[in-house]
Ligand binder design. Structure first.
Ligand SMILES: Nc1ncnc2c1ncn2[C@@H]1O[C@H](COP(=O)(O)OP(=O)(O)O)[C@@H](O)[C@H]1O
Ligand SMILES: [Mg+2]
Length: 293
């Protein structure tokens, strides 16, 4: 069973919490998700609230049951979808004072799944999700790069087996809702327009991930270059250059973290200190990864 997941984390988790602190713009995304999901996760408290303030169970509360604990993370490559899923799960577990279990469905196995195993894979993943979810324990499942499984059934080229896998997935999403807030499903995609309509409709929230704004680049540099004592104007200039004006797109978060900064360090190491000039030169040399459409 374990081998269909490439990541199994018990929550709350100190390492994930540390990672969360390094994510620029995380809090506002989390707030949006949490305010939506807490309604689905704690229906008893919701009913108490309704009776306290309105003396009755408002009809809107039973209507909320039509929502699904499905969060779609959509956006370009390197914008933080995968990394944010664990952080959201960790923070949510903490806020709700529960324990949790995070499963990430393996991309590798899913590749093999293309040859007809996909339906079985989806079944196995959800079986594990169910067995992990408990009264005090939230279970999270991330289907990363979900396009491969959840693509629209409307496209003509789809094989029978793939259609069956999408149907299985939809049925499983319905079952997760019956688990009364004990399980939460994430799906990430960089091609939202490929995702099946029936799945989109079920999502409690579709969260869009974008490349950083100029302010966010600056925050990234402030955070990553602490101790270098750059002046504020220099940090602003690095941020502005990262927008790559005149080119189709600026850097993604991962371009900055995993390409620009390591290359700048490589230019300095071991003979000289990292400096504003080195950083600036690196930014001028490193291209932004092209946008996925
Ligand atoms: N909000 C963010 N703040 C800082 N760094 C980020 C952020 N989002 C992503 N990153 C960096 O980009 C890398 C790639 O993120 P990832 O979640 O794999 O992107 P995606 O799944 O959207 O392709 C992360 O490992 C992290 O270093
Ligand atoms: Mg990813």
């Amino acid at each position: 069973m374990a081998d269909i997941f490439d990541n199994i984390i018990t929550l709350p988790n100190a390492e994930v919490q540390k990672q969360t602190k390094s994510l620029v713009g995380f809090q506002s995304k989390f707030d949006r998700i949490y305010s939506n999901l807490k309604l689905l996760l704690d229906k008893d408290s919701l009913s108490d609230w309704s009776k306290k303030h309105h003396k009755v169970d408002l009809p809107i509360i039973s209507q909320l049951k039509d929502k699904y604990p499905l969060i779609i993370l959509a956006g370009d490559a390197g914008t933080g979808k995968t990394i944010s899923a664990t952080s959201i799960a960790d923070k949510m577990t903490r806020e709700l004072k529960k324990e949790g279990f995070f499963l990430k469905l393996s991309t590798r196995v899913r590749g093999e799944g293309m040859h007809g195993e996909m339906g079985k894979l989806v079944n196995d993943a959800f079986a594990e999700l169910k067995s992990q979810a408990g009264k005090r324990r939230l279970a999270f499942l991330l289907i990363d790069e979900a396009d491969a499984i959840a693509t629209t059934r409307a496209t003509g080229q789809m094989h029978q087996e793939e259609k069956a896998a999408v149907n299985t997935l939809i049925q499983k999403i319905d079952e997760v809702r019956e688990m009364d807030g004990r399980a939460i499903l994430f799906m990430s995609t960089n091609r939202l327009h490929f995702i099946d309509e029936a799945i989109l409709r079920r999502a409690a929230i579709i969260l869009e991930f974008k490349r950083p704004t100029e302010e966010e680049y600056k925050e990234l540099y402030v955070q990553s270059l602490r101790g270098l004592n750059l002046r504020d104007a220099e940090l602003s200039e690095l941020a502005k250059l990262s927008m790559k004006e005149g080119e189709p797109v600026g850097y993604s978060f991962s371009d900055v973290r995993l390409k620009v900064l390591p290359e700048a360090v490589a230019m300095a190491y071991p003979s000289k200190p990292l400096s504003f000039d080195i950083l600036k030169e690196t930014i001028n040399n490193v291209k932004a990864s092209p946008e996925i459409k």
